[in-house]
Write a protein that binds this ligand. Sequence first.
Ligand SMILES: NC(=O)C1=CN([C@@H]2O[C@H](COP(=O)(O)OP(=O)(O)OC[C@H]3O[C@@H](n4cnc5c(N)ncnc54)[C@H](O)[C@@H]3O)[C@@H](O)[C@H]2O)[C@@H](O)CC1
Ligand SMILES: Nc1ncnc2c1ncn2[C@@H]1O[C@H](COP(=O)(O)OP(=O)(O)O)[C@@H](O)[C@H]1O
Ligand SMILES: [K+]
Length: 534
Amino acid sequence: MTASPTPFAVTGSAVRAAEEPLLAAGQGAALMRCAAWGLAQHVLRVLRGRGPVAGATVAALVGTGNNGGDALWALALLRRRGVAAVAVPIARDEHGAPRWHAEGWAALRAAGGTAADVVPARADVVVDGMLGTGFRGEFAVPDAARGLPAGAAVVACDVPSGVDADTGEVRGGGVRAEVTVTFGALKTGLLLGDGADLAGDVRLVDIGLGPHLPSAPPERLRVMDGPTAARLHPAPAADGHKYTRGVVGVVAGSARYPGAAVLSTSGALEAGAGMAHHAGPATTRAAVVTAHPEALVSAEGPAPERTDAWVVGPGLDTEDDARERFIRVRDAVLANPRAALVVDASALTLVTAEDLAALRDAGARVVLTPHAGEWARLTERIPVPGADGAGHAPDELARLRAWSAAHGAAVLLKGPRTLVVAPDGEAWLMGEGGPELGVGGTGDVLSGVLGAVLAADAARRARAAEEEGATCGAGEVEHVPTLASLAAAAAWLHARAGADQARAGRMTAGTLPAAVGGTVARMWWGEARGTRAD
Ligand SMILES: NC(=O)C1=CN([C@@H]2O[C@H](COP(=O)(O)OP(=O)(O)OC[C@H]3O[C@@H](n4cnc5c(N)ncnc54)[C@H](O)[C@@H]3O)[C@@H](O)[C@H]2O)[C@@H](O)CC1
Ligand SMILES: Nc1ncnc2c1ncn2[C@@H]1O[C@H](COP(=O)(O)OP(=O)(O)O)[C@@H](O)[C@H]1O
Ligand SMILES: [K+]
């Protein structure tokens, strides 16, 4: 199968490391010219969206390092297009002379650009060229960067100043950009935490670092998108049947919270499970068959050997028999570790470190799906051994990786951005969808969707093992359906369905499963039955 590579981000530190051999080979100036050209193109795009380019004014806040150098060279290029180009230094030496990239300033002056103490009020665009990947410590926003003209668009050079390009952490002040033009590779700091909020639209400029970037999953943060999700959850084979499409066991809901059983089971069925079998008390069984006559229901659930994935947790009543229900699922997975396990909602308070250790030792594929509050409680209750909470790691991604590695289970952290990490450090970001998903019950639907995606994969593996003696698809690392990538793909389907249904005027978790069905059908059968997902 040919496919474009999955987008990915690496830390700012990894980009700096990738630049090193090129700098050692004397390529620094060429890299900077390349970066500046890309920055200038994106500034031109912003200017064109506002009116004529010739006669427009672009100012740049220019720091002392190469980030400022990029900005100065970009201004020089813009000057040649008839733009009034003004450089504003943010640091001066003891004689009052600007401290900035000397060649960059020489190029700008030669092109007819000027220097000023403040950003002119007429500026159409302000380029933030103060700090890039060389940012250390805290950023004190200089006076020149305060009170920028209200009408000017801010375009950040590489990284908004003040944002840690590795973690997205903002230390001290931070610049809010409409567009961030980043060089060499997407930086994780532009996709995570406050960095993601400050970066605005992120545009990548290729400066030829590709072969020098880290290729192994642990250093990368992959970004889930439609084509990748489609590869990971492909249409059923022509000769597919319910067992090859995957059987999902759903242990959810209680007399107190019957709806969760319906939402989770619906999510599994609409995401394309061959069969969904709900195990629960009489109330939830009745609710599930009323909503879905095709669902199987019983008190004890499907046979372990016939189940490809289990979902446990949504709407369990922790004051009732929830722990026993959880243990039955745990033991079913231990009896058949080929089946994947999704641990959601109430089950996140029921699972123990010993359960996780037993599942890991059995080789089971486990995904825990907390939201931020559940994640905080989980890591307090089950810390990383020898560490406080999830460990002293400096940022959320590192904390997730530390926890996942220590306990041998993948974690899908829900929120406005969904992060998935696996025990080997593989990490995915899923940024599709928006606040339309922030209503009660959408997480229950996600657990079912995730169950279906994992069940389909487990069933494909089982079939491949029978037919070829293989255990999973071969080929490039990008295309191997890993646990983390499958989980991120499920989150993408769920989020896209939420966005689809919001556009169609529906907003509740109850209608979300049907939207998942529509999204999956379009993805699988494209133009024949709808529009292909992009
Ligand atoms: N190294 C390369 O080959 C390339 C670098 N590029 C650009 O260069 C940038 C990195 O350049 P540098 O390594 O010079 O680093 P920066 O330009 O990001 O910042 C370094 C300067 O800022 C100062 N500084 C650091 N932390 C500060 C703080 N908290 N407050 C005030 N000043 C602080 C440092 O003392 C240093 O003078 C990238 O972000 C990118 O824009 C691009 O031109 C592409 C090629
Ligand atoms: N602002 C938001 N933007 C994008 N997705 C969101 C937002 N708020 C919530 N979500 C998504 O909605 C779902 C909510 O799940 P969860 O918190 O478990 O809800 P519940 O427990 O009520 O089912 C998650 O998939 C989460 O990522
Ligand atoms: K910057």
